[in-house]
Design a protein around this ligand. Structure first.
Ligand SMILES: Cc1cc2nc3c(=O)[nH]c(=O)nc-3n(C[C@H](O)[C@H](O)[C@H](O)COP(=O)(O)OP(=O)(O)OC[C@H]3O[C@@H](n4cnc5c(N)ncnc54)[C@H](O)[C@@H]3O)c2cc1C
Length: 341
């Protein structure tokens, strides 16, 4: 992955002086300073591209890897700190999912609540003050009044919902950029794939071999029950901040690009027996340099109004575990402040 020079540069990271000051910097600047140019382009960019669909030089270091920034702020080597805190590999593999997909999680949450509590398929359009409560209006014209509201939609939707609550907050929400991505899922006969598929997938960097597929995983290697015995499912991601145009390519083109890339890489002889595409339009929030300051400002402005907060991946957390933690603490804080008012 890295040249000898690139590895040596990573190895001397403990000798790199710590940055002074607490102003935010890009993830690219942080990585290049600490680990060198090669590690930044061959390791950090592909990994962050895979997780955030983002560009290393736009994402905020404090937002996307706060633990690493914190190690440096405490005057420590990031490399030695990572080694010290390295987690043991989880028993049963690093990946978790549900056999029937992610709606199992939301379905289980709905089932815990009294019937009628959750209204599915209802788009909210605006939110206004109504006496000392909040009024949330839906696209079907219905309204719902509440003492406390957590706005947990994507930030670009919050920008449309919140102008009457706070034009400044709505404007700040609108400045949080999102990028689109798409996936091609191709099912092959396992015997048609000449090279063994070890591990669970790979991410590609722009540095050495241009590859239209940003990240690939073999779902049948990650989880049981994704295909009948003797078949392999490959999933490839397109788009993200560095190549967003490819997320809107026609289905046939995405499928052909994925197949050509994998046929070459894995020595695939046959055609896929099944092919599907999935799209996430404006699905990945970009926590760019200055993001945390913007969120502090949004929180402060909403905190000055009683009973409203924002939550979700556009604001403080990315990834389902962190989004759940953020949602719990946001709801608890809102309730505590309301009770203490
Ligand atoms: C391709 C891809 C792969 C990912 N893989 C992983 C992974 O492997 N592991 C992981 O932890 N995370 C993963 N993530 C990230 C994870 O999905 C998000 O961090 C998480 O879903 C964000 O939760 P959220 O509630 O903030 O936003 P969302 O899950 O986007 O939920 C926002 C909700 O708001 C609703 N909504 C939008 N507009 C309105 C409106 N006007 N009125 C009412 N409702 C509205 C939407 O329908 C949606 O249900 C992935 C993301 C993508 C795009």
């Amino acid at each position: 992955l890295l040249s000898t020079g690139g590895k040596c540069r990573v190895a001397v990271e403990p000798l790199v002086p710590c940055r002074r000051g607490t102003t935010d910097e890009s993830a690219g600047s942080f990585f290049r300073r600490r680990f060198g140019v090669e590690a930044a382009s061959c390791i950090a960019q592909p990994l962050l591209g895979g997780i955030h669909a983002g560009d290393l030089d736009r994402l905020s270091a404090s937002s996307v890897f706060p633990q690493l920034v914190d190690l440096e702020r405490r005057g420590r080597s990031v490399l030695l700190g990572l080694r010290r805190h390295a987690a043991r590999p989880a028993a049963g593999g690093a990946f978790r999912s549900f056999p029937s997909g992610m709606t199992t999680l939301t379905g289980a949450m709905v089932a815990q609540l009294p019937p009628g509590t959750v209204r599915l398929g209802t788009l909210i359009t605006t939110m206004t003050r109504h006496g000392d409560r909040w009024r949330v209006r839906s696209a079907d014209g219905s309204t719902h009044d509440a003492d406390l509201v957590v706005v947990a939609v994507p930030a670009h939707v919050a920008a449309e919902v919140l102008p009457a609550v706070s034009p400044d907050v709505a404007a700040s929400c609108g400045m949080i950029r999102y990028v689109s991505s798409a996936a091609a899922l191709l099912v092959y006969r396992a015997r048609d794939i000449a090279r063994p598929l070890s591990g669970s997938g790979y991410v590609t960097g722009p540095a050495r071999r241009p590859d239209p597929v940003m990240a690939t995983s073999w779902l049948t290697g990650k989880w049981d029950g994704r295909a009948p015995h003797g078949f392999t499912v490959l999933r490839g991601f397109f788009g993200g901040d560095r190549d967003e145009g490819s997320a809107s390519l026609p289905d046939d083109t995405l499928i052909a690009l994925a197949h050509d890339s994998w046929a070459h890489r894995f020595g695939i002889v046959g055609r896929p027996v099944l092919a599907r595409t999935v799209r996430w339009v404006k699905g990945s929030p970009q926590h760019e340099v200055g993001h945390l300051a913007r969120i502090r400002e949004i929180d402060a402005r909403l905190g000055a109004l009683s009973g409203v907060a924002v939550a979700g991946s556009g604001f403080r957390a990315v990834g389902i575990p962190d989004v759940i933690t953020d949602a719990r603490s946001t709801a608890r804080d809102l309730l505590d402040r309301w009770r203490a008012r």
